[in-house]
Design a protein around this ligand. Structure first.
Ligand code: SF4
Length: 66
């Protein structure tokens, strides 16, 4: 069985600290004026995708890892 996981990253060069991702998904918290994922690897995307879709500067990157 292949285990698929997703790596969740916030590009701090792009993040403008608006906080939208922390509202959209509880896997994001603010760290100073930048957002960061609580868990950088998740087994299902869940609200992480919504947070990425809702980020105004597309700072949230999601990669599949196997
Ligand atoms: Fe940063 Fe995007 Fe989250 Fe706003 S939604 S805090 S720009 S990662």
């Amino acid at each position: 069985m292949i285990m698929v996981k997703y790596k969740v990253e916030v590009d701090h060069k792009l993040c403008i600290g608006c906080g939208a991702c922390t509202v959209a998904c509880d896997n994001f918290v603010m760290n100073g004026d930048k957002a960061k994922p609580v868990n950088a690897e998740v087994e299902s995307l869940g609200c992480n995708q919504e947070a990425a879709d809702g980020c105004p500067v597309e700072a949230i990157k999601i990669h599949k890892v196997e």
